[in-house]
Design a protein around this ligand. Structure first.
Ligand code: HEC
Ligand code: HEC
Ligand code: HEC
Ligand code: HEC
Length: 392
């Protein structure tokens, strides 16, 4: 009997605290906002390896029962700039939203930078309840979830009596904290509210930047439908979370699309100002040997391992001179410039060959920091890291 209480009953009670309240009901608001085109983390460091739509979808699929009843919301600014790669991201993001069955998605500042025609086709393919203050969309939608009636809007004036009112906005806290009539406001301004703010009966939460964590706001209602209590939690989306295979499929399509951006083989190469390490080796062979022992020499195969060797956003730090005149273009056209080569640190060698007395790019910590950023290399420490790559 004691065994039964300890190991069976107690965990059950802890899992379902609402059972003991009788009349009260709970609703989970599961939300993202301000994801800014981050489809998935780069995986450069385990310390920053959080988030991504495949894990988000995997988490939801696995915890659907535990979360129900819940509504799933994105409060806007989920995409990046309107560039060819930005468009591919937007497409993949919408597909992921549709697989996860978002109940409401706000199109705000970043989304408004794309032409309407770009979205209209995509929204036919992916069923997504969009709200926006752009004239082509509705500003509010009503969601019914079990006994709950929810009004989700982007218009601060559109709250509705008798419903749970949720406002989605990209305005900062300072501009919205005095609004009346809203039970919950979800921000996508980029501000991080580690804990919800409670102002005059309104609960204000923010999306976690880059979607590294999923917000879960649990509202508990009394029998009259008033919010009694709220709890908030950030669900971390780490490597331990099983990915959703359909979202992963969408991401693979995205990777293929992105790799296509650099496949323009007819594009003439700029005059080679970058030479590649085998050229340097003709005169500095011992330096090539020591470099080969560093992880820089395997930086491109790290991208190949994760299927990202065609992604300009990754290539720029895992090759030499990408985006610069005469630097890396793609693995086919410029195979000699894959990896973090000599010239990624010393600068292009073209002029060096014409005049050895001309100094190359001076070596300093700032050279490393172009690639070793807070998010890609949180453990970066110049003396310690330098020691590991010094020519010996
Ligand atoms: C062009 C971008 C770039 C530059 C410039 C750069 N690195 Fe790196 N570095 C990388 C990449 C990418 C990796 C990871 C390679 C891999 O394993 O795929 C890395 C890995 C390393 C590692 C291995 C980390 C470990 O935990 O073992 C060290 C050490 C390092 N870099 C030091 C430096 C130092 C010091 C500088 C400046 C003098 C520098 N790097 C400049 C991109 C760069
Ligand atoms: C701003 C520069 C930068 C960008 C952009 C970048 N990386 Fe990295 N990456 C690094 C650095 C620096 C390291 C080494 C970090 C360390 O060990 O301190 C690294 C390491 C890695 C590793 C090796 C991790 C390991 O421990 O084996 C992988 C894989 C990787 N990056 C993949 C990617 C992918 C995929 C992208 C694009 C989505 C990307 N990187 C974009 C700088 C960058
Ligand atoms: C991660 C950055 C980095 C990369 C990549 C790198 N080096 Fe260096 N290199 C340095 C640093 C830092 C120094 C100065 C400290 C030292 O001697 O190790 C240096 C010094 C040198 C020097 C000596 C300069 C002098 O004052 O005598 C030569 C030559 C050289 N590197 C050639 C190369 C060649 C060739 C490669 C490619 C095979 C290469 N380096 C790759 C960072 C780098
Ligand atoms: C044809 C021979 C030759 C080739 C090829 C060559 N170098 Fe040099 N390099 C020299 C000579 C000669 C010097 C100057 C004498 C010295 O200090 O060793 C020098 C000096 C250097 C220095 C130290 C001086 C400074 O300004 O920092 C670096 C670093 C360096 N080379 C890097 C490279 C890199 C990187 C490449 C490939 C892109 C390269 N070199 C290709 C011959 C060459």
């Amino acid at each position: 009997m004691i065994f039964f209480v300890l190991y069976v009953l107690m965990p059950l009670i802890m899992l379902f605290p609402t059972v003991t309240y009788g009349q009260t009901r709970t609703l989970n608001i599961v939300y993202t906002g301000g994801v800014n085109g981050e489809l998935e983390p780069c995986g450069c460091s385990p310390k920053t390896d959080f988030g991504g739509v495949a894990r988000r979808a995997g988490y939801l699929a696995e915890h659907r029962k535990m979360l129900s009843p819940y509504i799933l919301i994105d409060s806007g600014n989920f995409i990046d700039k309107d560039t060819p790669q930005g468009r591919l991201k937007a497409e993949a993001m919408l597909k992921a939203f549709s697989i996860m069955k978002y109940d409401a998605v706000a199109f705000l500042k970043m989304e408004k930078e794309f032409p309407y025609s770009f979205f209209s086709g995509l929204l036919k393919k992916n069923k997504i309840p969009v709200i926006s203050d752009m004239p082509q969309y509705k500003q509010s939608i009503s969601i019914k979830r079990e006994a709950f009636a929810v009004n989700v809007s982007v218009n601060p004036m559109n709250y509705q009596k008798g419903k749970l009112n949720i406002l989605l906005t990209d305005k900062p806290v300072s501009e919205i904290k005095d609004l009346k009539g809203w039970d919950v406001i979800i921000l996508s301004s980029g501000e991080i509210l580690e804990e919800p703010l409670k102002v005059n009966g309104t609960i204000i939460v923010s999306g976690y930047p880059k979607g590294e964590r999923l917000g879960i706001l649990t509202l508990q209602f009394d029998s009259g439908g008033e919010v009694l209590e709220s709890k908030h939690k950030w669900q971390a989306l780490g490597k331990d979370i099983k990915e959703d295979i359909n979202v992963r499929k969408a991401l693979k399509e995205y990777d293929a699309g992105v790799a296509g951006l650099l496949k323009d083989d007819s594009k003439p190469l700029a005059k080679m100002s970058y030479l590649g390490s085998s050229k340097c080796g003709e005169c500095h062979q011992p330096f090539v040997e020591s470099w080969k022992k560093t992880r820089h020499a395997g930086a491109f195969s790290s991208l190949e391992r994760v299927g990202k060797s065609g992604d300009p956003e990754c290539i720029k730090c895992h090759t030499a001179g990408f985006g610069e005149k005469g630097g890396f273009y793609n693995a086919k056209k410029t195979p000699m410039l894959t990896n973090v080569q000599c010239e990624a640190c010393h600068g292009p060698g073209g002029e060096h060959l014409l005049d050895f007395s001309k100094p190359m790019q001076p070596m300093a910590e700032s050279v490393c920091l172009k690639c070793h950023t807070k998010s890609t290399s949180p453990d970066f420490n110049y003396p310690i890291y330098l020691e590991k790559v010094k020519h010996k």
